[in-house]
Design a protein around this ligand. Sequence first.
Ligand code: HH2
Length: 313
Amino acid sequence: MKNAFQIQSHSTRSIFLRRASSDKRNDRRPASVRRSLRLSTDHVIRLPAIMGILNVTPDSFSDGGRYMDPARALAHAAEMVEAGAALVDVGGESTRPGAPEVPAQEELRRILPVIKALRAKLGCPISVDTRKASVAEAALSEGAALINDVSGLQFDPAMARTVARFGAGLVIMHMRGTPATMTRLARYHDLIGEVKTYLARQAARAVEAGVVRSRIIIDPGIGFAKKASHNSRLLAALPMLGELGYPVMVGVSRKSFVRTISGVGPEELLMGTAAAVAVAVFNDAAIVRVHDVGAIVPVIKMAAALAEERAPS
Ligand code: HH2
């Protein structure tokens, strides 16, 4: 095991994080990061993992410019872990609609000091949000455990082999085009079928390239080449994506479809985000990617407990 933490699929509904024994002494994660909830002495339910968002960018749509300084990034990551994040997703390139591509050198200049600080001081598993194999390679060499590729292996042909070489986890997300072009590509004949087929094909490619099957996570790419109605339909259809046999991750946090549907301003997106997270968890999301970790923890507990009581279909 090369990296300190490995993400392993446990079932399609959950993942667990396994710690390398050599790294135990470095682990300062608080006891609040629990993966289960005890409802009574004999009733314990498994909770989805929270991925806390740490954008080290000047232009991310909701937190751009706030965490460019590694000390501030570290403090925010520590806060998220303290609040219940099981892992932190570090991103050095905004993927908001219309965002320009950031050169690999610049992406690395932004994220490497933060990854080093997180590894040294926090000991939580680190995910890196990148489409570039060279960035992934450098991040994995610094101990990142997971690569979150929003292009779902489309952007860089070397990505799958790079992840495979490190035995790391891989998030394969559905999108079309690039952040600059995706908005005009939001047309589907069979939305769920097309997203599902794409995720199955890209996951198979990853396995062919040597990525460990049990370390692959799929994501419908909420807001990426999707209109508000597409996003809603995908959230409702998560169990169909789960049929592929990979844990499903969902990112709805503060996204524009929340604003469109709930009719509020950019500063008031928490309640709409919470509703969307609740639906994702109710529909078996294994990981939720959010900005407001502390606020979302009770939402997750509630939705997971309610999902547990569903009549079997
Ligand atoms: N959404 C964003 C970025 N990365 N990764 C996955 N797997 N799923 C997502 O839904 C997802 C993602 C966009 O959100 P954010 O990071 O807040 O903004 P930006 O891309 O502008 O930095």
